[in-house]
Design a protein around this ligand. Sequence first.
Ligand code: FAD
Ligand code: NAD
Length: 396
Amino acid sequence: SSIPKIVILGAGYGGVLTSLRLQKELNYNEADVTLVNKHDYHYITTHLHMPAAGTDNPENARVNISKLIDEFKIDFVKSTVVQIRPQDRKVILEDGTLSYDYLIIGLGGEPETFGIPGLGEHAMNIRSINSVRLIREHIEYQFARFKREPHRTDYLTFVVGGAGFTGIEFIGELADRIPELCKQFDVDPSLVKIINIEAAPTALPGFDPELVEYAMQVLQKKGVTFRIGTAIKECTPDGVVVGDGEEIKSQTVIWTGGVRGNRLIEEAGFETMRGRVKVDEFLRAPGHENVYILGDNSLVFNPEGRPYPPTAQMAMQQGVNCAHNLVASIRNQPLKSYSFSNKGTVASLGKGEAIGVAFGKKYKGRMAAWLKKAIDIRYLFIIGGIPLVLRKGKFL
Ligand code: FAD
Ligand code: NAD
């Protein structure tokens, strides 16, 4: 019989970990593995809040895929997936077609706008290298514009919609960046506003209340204004409308209000909830024994029946499990079921400040910031070994 074809869509946390494991575990000529990604680089999503605010260079948040995978063992195709056809076992790319015996979907999520008018058109998102370069340049441009039109204080109002971890990490960096921009553009810092708007009754809903309180204090001291229990209802070219009709004028709205699965998955006919597939215990799409779904596109439930939040940590663990199951399938061995092992959560609040829960303990301040760095360096080590840690580690 012919060699089974494995196609992996997306070189994010899930896709890269699957690829790295497969290239290690598969024997020569046991399978044909192809990895498809829009760009020829992998981006370190967990670092994107920094280049978005301009506290770091976008270069430090990406790694060339050729530095990660062994191209003698895995074919890398730089292309954009436009359609998935599970009935025909084919994937349509912008410039070709691939057929597969096993498909791994790790295309990452998309911003969830909940149908709020104007968010898709007028707000920016922290998602990719391209999106953070845009945010960074946009913010600088507002300072330049203000110098020409000093009555337009809305140029200096920065609205962040959603106080989840993405929003909180971003405002931590932005608050660090503002004083530098004020110096560079000769702007009075008291004119600048960072407003974080959160619909839930608390920032970081569901996280440890004591740490949430600490985070808010740190960020308020840096000049952030919180509007908690206030929902964004609309986004316009002039700002946002919140609560019962109040308008906040701003030329910069960053939407960090949530993620959903990739639209290609529902378009392919898989059953989804907010674009995510409730996978079986082996991470396969129900009814499709040869399709694995990873990361932000998968929905995994905890023993209490509530979905786990989609994280890089989860996507990485799934990648390892998925590779194991692919090898087992090919060798006619039993599959291993997946269960999430939570190592903790650490979020940065800007330079030298963070909060987190890890190893069953709470951390805040310098210790937490150090832990965050250690987690980021560990990731570089996992995907690229010591050479990658040496090249990129110093920037984290
Ligand atoms: P992704 O990592 O999003 O990768 C998807 C890949 O698919 C990308 O390479 C993309 O270019 C490619 N792709 C997309 N569409 C196409 C297409 N049509 N054709 C071809 N290729 C395509 N999680 C944590 O656990 N810890 C953290 O500290 C943390 N920090 C975060 C900070 C920020 C600012 C953000 C935004 C998220 C953070 N997360 C964190 C969440 C985490 O980044 C995601 O859960 C994780 O990236 C999901 O991995 P994935 O493999 O599903 O997809
Ligand atoms: P999220 O869904 O976790 O948070 C979105 C927030 O926006 C919520 O608090 C929600 O109440 C709020 N919101 C929704 N609609 C709103 C509205 N109309 N007006 C105002 N607020 C509104 O999304 P996220 O922060 O992007 O995180 C996505 C995933 O990535 C999560 O699983 C998160 O845990 C993970 N992540 C982890 C880290 C970390 O571990 N350091 C960092 C970033 C993201």
